[in-house]
Design a protein around this ligand. Sequence first.
Ligand SMILES: Nc1ncnc2c1ncn2[C@@H]1O[C@H](COP(=O)(O)OP(=O)(O)O)[C@@H](O)[C@H]1O
Ligand SMILES: N[C@@H](CC(=O)OP(=O)(O)O)C(=O)O
Length: 609
Amino acid sequence: MALIVQKYGGSSVADADRIKAVRDRIKRTVDASNQVVVVVSAMGKTTDGLVALAELVSATPDPTLAEIAAKEREMDLLLATGEQITIAALSMALQAVGQPAIAMNGSQVRVVTEPNHTRARILYVEPEQIRAALDLGKVVVIAGFQGVAIDPATGLPSNEITTLGRGGSDTSAVAIAAAINADICEIYTDVPGILTTDPRIVPKAQMLAEITCDEMLELASLGAKVLHPRSVEIARNFGVKMCVRSSWLDDAGTVITSPRFGTGNLKALEVNRFVETVSIDYDQVKIALLQIPDRPGIASQLFKSLADQGINVDLIIQAVQETEGVNDIAFTIPQKQLQLAEVVTRSLEIGASLVTVDSAIAKISIMGVGMIGQPGVAAQMFTALAESGINIQMISTSEIKISCVIASTDGEAAIAAIQKTFDVPVQSHQACEITSEANANISPVRGVALDRNRARIAVQQVPDRPGMAAKILEQLVEQNISLDMIVQSQSDRDVNEIAFTVAIADLAKAETALKQYTKALGYGEVTCDADISKVSIVGANMIHQSGIAARMFSALANSDINIEMIATSEIKVSCVVRDHQAEQALKVIHQEFNLSGDHEIEVPSALKK
Ligand SMILES: Nc1ncnc2c1ncn2[C@@H]1O[C@H](COP(=O)(O)OP(=O)(O)O)[C@@H](O)[C@H]1O
Ligand SMILES: N[C@@H](CC(=O)OP(=O)(O)O)C(=O)O
């Protein structure tokens, strides 16, 4: 007998017929001698409807931060009703066919969360009531996406309802699976599994039989909404076996593979150690091209020429410039390839006003899956460096890694400062091999993701001195705003631009918070742009092959799509493009890496509209 958690998303329980179909699958699973815990989302687009209702009755122009915060408690009460409808209906449906079942909402189970409304993290899940109901032969049907806040004064659960953030019921399911030590957590949705990209945009996207947690984390956090990234993080930390399947089909789906056994603390499910290691790499040189024309094809020409010479580019950063029509691009490469890279870069006629080379640099990185959605971690890192008087020259972030380029003479002090702040071991840096034979056959790009829910904020004329990045981020951390793709441009002046992307929903709050401190912190204009999208490629094997980013940039350039921001990590490359070109961007990149299969994927919930 296996203990199985099955999660059904909104599309799988959208109406009475779908609820009955789900009921039948659950019954079959129980009849095959398994114990089943079911986690469900709100029916269809119910949550969207509730959000729209809140907007209709309470929207105010230019809300203050206090007004935004005041609404969040009621918002949670409202949104939590969606899942409550589904649990009651599904439990009744099961009982009607003779299957004992009990419906429980997040506070009845005691899915205990931080006291943060609208995006609470799960602290722990009490397993006792679930186990007791299972022992009575019942199917336990639990509302996903919601919990009950801890009371910080007593350390006990309060009566305050919280929600986990949009898409959060995958996270509820995996957290519950970890807490009850389930054999597997199955995520049922409207596609056959994880595909190379969203089949609603590229119908011939291909199924992946397996995907690693690391790849899935990046894909999910870069916009593949099929899984909530925090659910993958918990699966990885706790060694929860996980798969994604269609609730319309009996196909096996995609298995999410985890490289290690779980070591997490069940009393701090989503608030484990955020940062796992720190590493420093002195074998890097920074090349910056300043004030190059902002038009399609520039990045592609540059990185293609470097790739043609076998130069393995590590960090690439392209940031926004205060001057219209020009950009700065900076990148790092291994020391031994400097001479060649310099010749290539200087011989290109792409109109850079200046090419600078700095070989006295080091790249310091912190890593950890727990960093996802934790706005405070980057700020803590930048503060640790600032307090030691260390200036950050370049920043690049991914969901699970933050890298800063600093002067190599600051290397030891930087490691000491970060170890003190995060209490983490130093991981020796492993230089990456260029195209090893063993890896040559595995596709370097496994998936392409699009995130249309992001907006870009650029803070201009930031004084180039220690502590500025940290101070800027702290304003956002205070508002609990998660940001990603933080890029700080290289500059020949004594000011930098710091740009990042935030969820569109957080844009007004972020803008208000940052504008409040313009004078006090001495930076220039804060500009916001909600008309952008982020398109990314992901693949664990990318690091072993040079020229992958160049191919992505070329595909975009050939379609006349301008790249407005670039950020890379070992396993992903992300580009910001204009929103109206976003789908086209995704399609041409998917095609460039030959990711399409030979038949079209059906998305049953999309057909119904
Ligand atoms: N790489 C991908 N693989 C599979 N589905 C994807 C991918 N990227 C985006 N999607 C989208 O995710 C959708 C499933 O997520 P979601 O709508 O949240 O499902 P549910 O209703 O089950 O919670 C799919 O219908 C598909 O359009
Ligand atoms: N109903 C919530 C939670 C959720 O996870 O939904 P779904 O599984 O349908 O993405 C939302 O729409 O955000």
